[in-house]
Design a protein around this ligand. Structure first.
Ligand code: IMP
Ligand code: MG
Length: 196
């Protein structure tokens, strides 16, 4: 039987490491947002797993909302011009916004999002990112709460995808090169399931 764990070359951050770090982040955020009108703003789809666990590590009556943004042009390279696919449901003037992101790579997406939200005058605007890739940023972004710094490698799992797959891995890992090279493409696997 096919098992997607076999497509992973190396587990970079284990479930246990994620749990421990997110509990710490939750504690710090809880302390910082006492008696504040907090809205956790998750970016779809990558940050969904992270925000679900993070929100449950913050025992405050916070709100959850989501935005989906997509960059224009070549999907493999962030262009910095971002299109809003799904916006917030209401105004944010009386709220403290904490953007919850899965990963910061070039910084372009987040830079655009910060710019856009600042113009809506929230009471405050901060960033919480699970992963920060160690590479040169195209745009500098101020990260207030950070989970882990990782090497400049393409990772999947815990919300992060490769071609929309592997988001449901419970840890963060590096894919085997054979997956990219198409020897064992998820589409193939999909097809074989359909054929059965
Ligand atoms: P950037 O900071 O504008 O370059 O883009 C960050 C976005 O690119 C993230 O929100 C992810 O959706 C995606 N991304 C960047 N690096 C990775 C990776 O290693 N695995 C999966 N998605 C990634
Ligand atoms: Mg993303």
């Amino acid at each position: 039987m096919y098992n997607m764990h076999a497509d992973i070359e190396e587990i970079l951050i284990s479930e246990e490491q994620l749990r421990t770090r997110i509990a710490d982040l939750g504690e710090t955020i809880t302390r910082d947002y006492q008696e504040k009108n907090l809205l956790l703003l998750g970016t779809l789809k990558g940050a969904v797993t992270f925000i679900a666990d993070l929100a449950r590590a913050i025992p405050l009556p916070l709100e959850l909302d989501y935005m989906a943004v997509a960059s224009y042009g070549d999907s493999s390279q962030s262009s910095g011009v971002v299109r809003i696919v799904k916006d917030l449901e209401g105004p944010i003037e009386h709220k403290h916004i904490l953007i919850v992101e899965d990963i910061i790579d070039s910084g372009l997406t987040l830079h655009y999002l910060i710019d856009l939200l600042q113009r809506r005058n929230p009471l405050s605007l901060r960033i919480c990112a699970l992963l920060d890739k160690k590479r040169e940023r195209v745009k500098e972004v101020p990260v207030d709460y950070l989970g882990f710094t990782i090497p400049d490698k393409f990772v999947v799992g815990y919300g992060l995808d490769y071609a929309q797959r592997y988001r449901n891995l419970p840890y963060v890992g590096i894919l085997k090169p054979s997956v990219y090279q198409g020897e064992h493409r998820p589409e193939k696997q999909h097809q074989s399931v359909a054929e059965k």
